[in-house]
Design a protein around this ligand. Structure first.
Ligand code: P6P
Length: 290
């Protein structure tokens, strides 16, 4: 069982995210506009980003055993008075991943990462990670060293749906971010091969697109671009946690050269190229980018 042997602090973080998800989903109604502020990545914040961030931040930073809290929406991490890696954990969240989908009423998610080390941390220091997907049904995927589980969330309660989520062997879908003219030549050549083999599934919210890969098998990527070689997605808040989930589900992650979990952390909001999915597809990608 994925959480059966989890540290009670980790279980408390997961339970807090699950409980908060119901309120976040309800709180999306009436918060579809933007505020006159940007997040640390220079992206205009939505009312719902601020709402989800404040709700999660207050609760997660208040858990005994959470030594640091960081959010994609906040420039600096919150020191909660305990040292991660010395009996406490650091929790990083993307409170509302894909919030630009709110305007068009499409899926989005909440990402969480629990590191046994101070932030910014190496992905190998993760002890748990996962996400909530606000789709037709609100579901939650949680990964620990024991494996990957999927839950349905309703009324703050978690119902276990699958306690052994693994990537299907035969890939079916792909989704690649960025504009095609902005793709480096070697990535574009790889994409042209994949287009002939798999079905396009790209909706503009990483969590929804990755959940398709986890369900049907395939590959998701937001590659390094000609205009922005570091890509768009943040290592601490998106690349590490989702790379951890996909690797625990039997797949691979890569920044183009190595597992995302081996990418040395720089600054808290650093970006990284992200490629996730079936092992053979990621192996092929790394060969194509050599
Ligand atoms: P684009 C959402 O803003 C996000 O961070 C990820 O959830 C998503 O995969 C990506 O950016 C979408 O970016 O350039 O396709 O709008």
């Amino acid at each position: 069982m994925t959480l059966e042997n989890a540290d009670p602090i980790v279980e408390s973080v997961v339970a807090t995210v699950a409980r908060s998800a119901t309120e976040i989903r309800q709180g999306l109604i009436g918060r579809r506009g933007s505020v006159d502020a940007e997040n640390p990545s220079g992206e205009t914040q939505k009312e719902a980003d601020v709402f989800a961030d404040e709700l999660l931040g207050d609760r997660l930073a208040g858990i005994d055993g959470v030594g640091q809290f960081a959010s994609e929406e906040r420039p600096d991490l919150v020191d909660c008075g305990e040292t991660p890696g010395e009996g406490a954990y650091a929790v990083a969240v993307d409170p509302l991943d894909g919030s630009s989908n709110l305007e068009s009423n499409n899926a989005m998610g909440t990402i969480f990462a629990v590191y046994d080390a101070p932030l910014p941390a190496l992905g190998r220091d993760l002890v748990a990670a996962g996400y909530v997907l606000y789709g037709p049904i609100v579901t939650m995927v949680v990964a620990t060293d024991e494996g990957v589980a999927e839950y349905e969330l309703s009324g703050g309660e978690r119902t276990l749906i699958d306690d052994d989520v693994t990537l299907p062997d035969d890939p079916v879908v792909y989704g690649f971010g960025g504009r095609v003219p902005d793709w480096p030549e070697d990535f574009e050549a790889y994409a042209r091969e994949i287009e002939t083999e798999l079905k396009l599934r790209y909706g503009g919210a990483m969590i929804a697109d990755v959940n398709q890969v986890l369900t049907y098998g395939g590959i998701f990527a937001y590659p390094g671009l000609e205009s922005r070689p570091e890509g768009k997605l943040r290592l601490q808040f998106e690349g590490n946690p989702i790379g951890y989930v996909v690797e625990r589900a039997g797949g691979r992650s890569s920044d183009g050269e190595r597992s995302l979990l081996d990418v040395e952390p720089g600054e808290l909001h650093d970006r990284t190229p992200v490629h996730l999915g079936n092992e053979a597809l990621i192996d092929r990608l790394e060969s194509a980018l050599e």
